[in-house]
Structures are given as structure tokens and as C-alpha cells.
Design a protein. Structure first.
Lengths: 386, 386
């Protein structure tokens, strides 16, 4: 008799979370040690409701297509499990004779993963628990970076470059681009690459650095006056000196996080009203985590590998760890898979280093030394004629 | 002595307007009949200010890169020339000994083109004037479609599919996507392809059909209640029964057009407030015309060909025409280049056929028979597991 495994997704999908799912399914099949491959439909919700999908017989051609499929092919949720939920989770795991559980998510999911591992150990269950990292925000600790970040960063950088070229080709307005990232500015920082790719003016604002709106507007006015058009990129989570979001929707999600949004529109309105310039706000929003044509091939490969490695580790008896990515950047970028104890990653958050921001709105070379290899390497070369 | 040619861009760039520029430059070089290749810096503004760029010696490798360069590599403007401007335009053309003028733009630009041609004929100038069509809106008459539309449609369709999958994988909110298109719904209609690519619920609203907001909200509530998530796609130009924009910015641009925007946020707010559902609005905005990774290869090839054909026609002595695209769709899509008199395209507008909209928010197969070949053919196949 082989093992039964269960995989679940937690939180917002990334452009490559299905690559990790593909890695899980293909590694399980290759091992010859797995009887049943289950997936929780809509993450923790599915586990609580005994709503598991049986992926054991999905044909290989469909599994192979997961790598080009955005969002989560098995569904996810934002429900954060409470202490009262764990007995029901364990019941489901027992009922389906699950021997290995893989939770693919961010900080909150690693916390859940850790608690399930501890509970199973306490109850003497034969259950291996491995966390598979995922977050476009790149804010998990003890891993060089997170699967999903490289693609979101590539999206931010190339979209910003495309908008910067548009803004400079028809310099009738300041263009403000809002990018996702509640508390961590990693993705928004990547948008600053637009300045290097295009020679256009780009100002970038991250949630880690409180923004003085008067100084911001003065900087915008000065940059726009150069006459080459201007792109301003802002994280949805940008705050003022009082620590409050520049634009506050007042909405709170299921994890108790305030939902940000409307920051770009807020900045565009201020430009129109206080500087008497034209401005428009663009907010691709969820497209920043769902767009397949902008996927980083490095990110895609690594996302597959964290899924594959999780299964191989569980089959080898490991439990209570998250797969991590270890990387070297010189002379060439190379990454390999490692493991960190779940207890050490749960609920911790890796913030963007403030010393990588210069003058409040320029991103230092050190960030690009770190992030460029993750964005896929093959960056566009534009024809710059003007 | 060969000829001197001048090319200018008018209005908003598309993802492939630089392909047309590449076609112009490469056809001029291949002909052996062109001495100087000039481009107006920032369109009509550059012509009025004698501000021409000399592209004659740009190295071929840079010209070849134009096809992957978003926005306009020579710059554009929204200035609509008035009768008082034309003498200065003619002066510039004479000063640079221009023998052929190519204006690459939409309705307004074809009107300008027509007037320059008439004036030159009246003054007995040796000037050939050819219009090169361009508009993501697809609203030029007497051409099967417009270069720029296929890529914008592909962007709308694939972005909508990606968002629909995200909305159905984590069905905690209604996602509303706003797409460009002031008066013509061609691009927004393409977003309805998301329903075919994903089996998700998609409702689509175009500027051509007045929207009753109560009925819209009732339809949204019913579609969301199916539990598979919901994507609502809206054109920025959607109006109510009174003919006014659902969301009115009150801003007027240089052509006297009202600037729309905020329609998706308006609909999302109504969903939150009147249906008590969660909703979020996404507005990629200018990315819908600037994104290179979503470019349709068919659109790219045709955009090159309209530029090339314009030069070949002018060198053969033609003047007063716009290059048009003629297409057959059965048994396979094939297109060829034609010509229509500038007088007949100037200021006319091709609206989306109302009979292609079913029940106010579904797009008929007839539209996709028309538009799918223009979107590049190779559509993604997603892994649908749930």
C-alpha cells in the first residue's frame, strides 16, 4: 500500500502557484509510492467541509497545462483557521487516510501548517506536513525569495516600462500606476526598472516609507517639468507620516487585514487638483498576480521545484518544514531547494530594506542585483529614437 | 535625386503603431527611391514647430526592434489642427522638400490627412499624402478592421480570462474590469471571450447599449449567486439611459472629447453598497494599448504591412487615400491591403453592431467569428480541474 497525499492552496493565487501544483502531482506520480492524490477544493474551506478533489487520474496532458493556467486550479480561500477548526481538519485527514499534507501559501498558511504538524505529532498520527512557499509579496522570511514574486516583479517592471514609454510618447499627463503589496514593497520596487529600460522619468513609492504628500507633489512637479513625461508608481499600501493609508477603503478582509486600494487615483487626483496638471491612474490590480504572458521563466521553474521537493521530502519522512529557496548570484544566478522549520517562518514578515530606497522615491542598484535574476533575465530591448 | 518622406503619428499609440513605422522605414530603404526619411517629433506639434527627426541613418537593428517597442517611438499628440494651422504645415513640408507625407492615426488624423492632401493639390505641390490606419478602438470605416485592434482585443480577452479564473478560484468578491473604448465597444466585447476560455461567469457592458443600473445589479446578483465567482467587464464609456457616462470625470481632452474613467470603480461601489457583496475594480487603462507580451501576431504583421503599403503606394504616385485592410475568413483567415479615399473615412465612426449583444451583457458568436482571427489565433488552453 502506498501513501495518500493532500495539497491545499491558501490566500491569493500567484501566476505560478499552479506550477507548484504540477510539481506536486508529477512528483507523486513519478515516485510510485502514492496511491491517491487529493486536492482541497477552495483550500481550508474544502478541508473543513470534506470537499476534496481526487486528482489521481487527471490525464498527464492536463496536468502539464497547469504551468500555463493562472489563478488556482483547485481553488483557494482567505479563511484563517482558528483553534476550534483544527479538530475538524484532523478528522478529514484521518477520514481520507492522508499521510502527507502540503499547504501552499504565505505567512498565514505557514502558521496553519505548523499547527497541523504539531497537532498531528501530539496525536501520534502518521502525517508528514510540508509547507510550499507562495507569495507575490515576497515577504516570507528564511528563503531567498518566494515563488510568485519573480513573475509579479516582471509584470510590474515591464508594465511600468510600457506605461513610461506611453507617457513619454504622448506627454499630456502624469501616469500613476498602482501595484499590489499590502505591507511589503518588493513588487512595486521592481517597477522602478522602467527607468533603466526606457530612460523615462519614474518615481516609486513603497509602503515601507511614509510619504509626505507635499514633498511627493513637489518631486512630481519637478520631474514632469523635464518634459519627457512622467510615470509615478505606488504600492497600494503607501501610508502617510501618520501611518494611515493614503487612500483608505475602510474594508477589512477575512484575515483582519485592511483592504487597500485607490492609492493611484488618490495621487492622480492630488496632481490634478494641487498641481493643475493632467493625470490618470492605472490599477491592473489582480492582473499583477494572474498574468501568464509576463511570467518569469525562472519563477516558473522554481515554483515547480518547490512543489516537487515538498513531495520528495515528505516521502522521505520529513515533516514540519517549509521548502525554501537558496540562491547564489555570482558569477551566475543559481538556486537550489532547502528546508526551514515551519515554526520559524510562521507569521514573520520580511520587509523591503529601507536603505534600498534613495531620496524616498528611487530604488537602489542593490535591489536590482537581488531581483533581476528572479524576473527571468531576458528583458526587452526597446528601440529608443527620440 | 530621390524623394524625401515624412511620417507622423496622431492620437493615442497602439501596441503595434511602431510596427507600422518599421514598415514605413524599411519599405523606404528597400525602394532605393528615398533620400531622406523624416519623422515628426510628437506628431502635428513637431510639424508645426519644424521639429523633425531624421531617421535616414538609424541602424537596421534598431529599426527591427521597433516591432517590440510599445507606445510611439517618434512621439504623438492629441492636437487637432485648425484651419489656421495648415499654412504652417505646408511651410514645413516645403522647407524640408517633403514629397510624401504619411499620417498614422484614427478618425481625426484621417481628417487632417485629407485636408493636407486637398491643400497641397490646390497649391500645386508635388506631395503625395497617404493615411495609415491605427486605432485600438477599431472604429474606422471602410476597412475590415484597424491595426492596433487585434492586440487590444487579445489583451482584453486574455486579461479577462486571467481575472475570471482568479475570481472563480477565490470567489470572495465580484471583480469588475474596465477597458478602454470611448464610444466603440469592440475591445470590451473581446473580453467576453473569457467565458469561453474558462467556463466562468462573465457579464459584459459596452458603450453602445445604454445600461439600466438596476437591471445590471440584478443580473450581477444572479450570476454571482451561482457560486463560481463573477467577472464583470465594462467599457470606460458605458452610459446610462440618459446618455450620460455612468462615471463622469468632467475632464475634456484636446480634441474636445470628454475623458471617461472610473466606470469599473463606480460599478464596484454599487455592488458593495446596493448588493452588500464584496467587489473590486481593476483598470489596466493604457496597458491595454501598450502591452507587448499580449500583442497579436496577426495584428503585428498587418500593422507592418499598412506602413509598407503606404510607402509603396506613394512612391507609385498615389495620393489622397488611406490604406485599408481587406479580409476573408473562410476557409481560413487571409488579409490583403486596399485603399479608400481619405474623404470617405475622415470623421466617420464604425460602431459595434447592437445585434451582436444579447440580453444587454452577452456577446454573440458572430462577433467572435469576426474578431478571433485578428487576435492571433493561438489562444491559451487552461487546465480546468474544478
Amino acid at each position: 500500500m502506498g501513501m495518500n497525499i493532500l495539497v491545499a492552496h491558501g490566500g491569493g493565487p500567484t501566476a505560478v502557484i499552479n506550477c507548484s501544483l504540477q510539481g506536486v502531482v508529477e512528483a507523486a506520480r513519478r515516485s510510485g509510492q502514492v496511491d491517491k492524490i487529493y486536492a482541497a477544493r477552495f483550500g481550508a474551506e474544502g478541508i473543513l467541509k470534506d470537499d476534496l478533489m481526487d486528482l489521481t487520474s487527471v490525464i498527464p496532458a492536463v496536468v502539464a497545462r497547469l504551468g500555463d493556467t493562472p489563478a488556482s486550479a483547485i481553488g483557494s480561500c482567505r479563511r484563517k483557521l482558528t483553534d476550534a477548526d483544527y479538530p475538524a481538519v484532523l478528522e478529514t485527514l484521518k477520514r481520507f487516510n492522508i499521510n502527507a499534507f502540503f499547504y501552499n501559501g504565505g505567512n498565514d498558511s505557514m502558521d496553519t501548517c505548523h499547527k497541523i504538524d504539531e497537532l498531528a505529532k501530539r496525536e501520534g498520527l502518521d502525517l508528514r506536513v510540508i509547507g510550499i512557499p507562495k507569495t507575490m509579496d515576497n515577504d516570507l522570511v528564511l528563503t531567498d525569495h518566494c515563488p510568485g514574486f519573480g513573475s509579479a516583479a516582471r509584470y510590474a517592471a515591464l508594465s511600468a516600462a510600457e506605461l513610461a514609454l506611453d507617457a513619454s510618447a504622448l506627454p499630456i499627463h502624469v501616469v500613476v500606476l498602482e501595484l499590489m503589496g499590502r505591507n511589503a514593497g518588493w513588487v512595486t520596487a521592481a517597477s522602478a526598472l522602467a527607468a533603466r529600460l526606457t530612460n523615462c522619468e519614474v518615481l516609486t513609492y513603497l509602503p515601507e516609507l511614509p510619504v509626505d504628500e507635499d514633498k511627493m507633489l513637489a518631486d512630481i512637479e519637478r520631474a514632469y517639468a523635464k518634459g519627457n513625461g512622467l510615470l509615478v508608481t505606488v504600492s497600494e499600501g503607501v501610508c502617510g507620516p501618520d501611518g494611515r493609508l493614503l487612500a483608505d477603503t475602510g474594508i477589512v478582509d477575512g484575515f483582519g487585514h485592511t483592504v487597500p486600494g485607490g492609492t493611484a487615483q488618490h495621487v492622480a487626483d492630488a496632481i490634478i487638483q494641487k498641481l493643475a496638471l493632467k493625470a490618470r491612474a492605472e490599477k491592473p490590480g489582480l492582473l499583477g498576480r494572474a498574468s501568464i504572458p509576463y511570467v518569469s521563466q525562472v519563477d516558473r521553474r522554481e515554483a515547480y521545484d518547490v512543489g516537487r521537493t515538498a513531495v520528495e521530502a515528505a516521502l522521505a519522512g520529513k515533516s514540519g518544514y517549509m521548502v525554501s529557496i537558496e540562491a547564489v548570484r555570482t558569477p551566475n544566478y543559481q538556486s537550489s531547494m532547502g528546508f526551514v522549520p515551519l515554526a520559524e517562518v510562521a507569521n514573520a514578515e520580511k520587509k523591503f530594506p529601507q536603505e534600498w530606497v534613495e531620496g524616498g522615491n528611487k530604488i537602489a542598484d542593490a535591489f536590482f542585483d537581488y531581483a533581476l535574476p528572479l524576473m527571468g533575465g531576458d528583458l526587452p530591448q526597446y528601440a529608443i529614437l527620440r
